[in-house]
Design a protein around this ligand. Structure first.
Ligand code: SAM
Length: 240
């Protein structure tokens, strides 16, 4: 197993961005009140002791399990669920408006294979059992451009330790960004980690989206850096 740093005794919240925004419209509040309690992962199962077996979260079996960290309004996650009904997903998004938008989108669609967490994704990562995930998406994470805030970035040596622990051998860590400094940071951090291998063999492998790529809302906005988007696919080494 990869080198694992000691875990904190109590779940720690490390969310630095905003958690609330504009007031919610009624329909969005209703899904938070009525659907969220059924889909959220019980807080008492988040002990950060690596003892949350994800199979216990789903009533029906699944063929693969993925975690999406910081799903925003959830368009990417919704599309994945529609595309792969046999896969199960855990989505983490602390922003209330994002969570409510996602829940509203899926309320009338099959949602037996989704569980959510409206808080820091690392509470989930630190609690899951070893080698239970087929993949992790970290799409357009907050860049935290100031040097003194770099320690807030979700891709860090300590968090990569946890991702390596919960990914299956050959499991994928898929990251994207249009922020060049963050792209370089993520490539460096993941490449330096002994448990991860970059799958890219040529520049086009990270400059162009993989086949069947689902654009996130952020990417779809074609923000000022859209032409700088990078798609970074790392694989957890088979042998650690
Ligand atoms: C720039 S947005 C990108 C949203 C979405 N992935 C997309 O591409 O459209 C970054 C998201 O990460 C979420 N986030 C920030 N810190 C987080 C954390 N510790 N755990 C989970 N999500 C987090 C934010 O609330 C925000 O919605």
């Amino acid at each position: 197993m990869p080198c694992i740093r000691p875990l904190a005794k109590k779940p720690q919240r490390r969310v630095f961005g905003r958690k609330t925004g504009r007031p919610l419209k009624e329909g969005r509040q209703v899904v938070l009140d009525e659907l969220l309690p059924f889909l959220q992962i019980p807080e008492d199962s988040l002990t950060e002791k690596a003892n949350l077996n994800p199979e216990t979260l789903f009533a029906t079996p699944y063929t693969a399990l993925w975690l999406e960290i910081g799903f925003g309004n959830g368009e990417h996650l919704t599309a994945l669920m529609e595309r792969h009904p046999d896969h199960a997903y855990i989505g983490a998004e602390p922003f209330v408006n994002g969570m409510s938008a996602f829940l509203k989108d899926i309320q009338d669609k099959p949602h037996n294979h989704i569980r959510v967490h409206m808080d820091d994704a690392m509470m989930i990562a630190n609690s899951l059992t070893d080698e239970c995930l087929d993949g992790i998406y970290v799409l357009n994470p907050d860049p935290w451009p100031k040097q003194r805030h770099h320690k807030r970035r979700i891709i860090s040596p300590a968090n990569l330790d946890q991702f390596a622990r919960i990914l299956k051998p050959d499991g994928q860590l898929i990251m994207s960004t249009d922020v060049p400094d963050l792209a370089e940071w993520m490539v460096t951090q993941a490449s330096l980690h002994p448990a991860f291998e970059w799958t890219a063999e040529k520049a086009d492998d990270w400059r162009t989206p993989p086949p069947d790529w689902i654009k996130t809302r952020y990417e779809g906005k074609r923000a000022k850096g859209a032409d700088k988007m990078v798609y970074l696919i790392f694989k957890r080494s088979a042998a650690l």
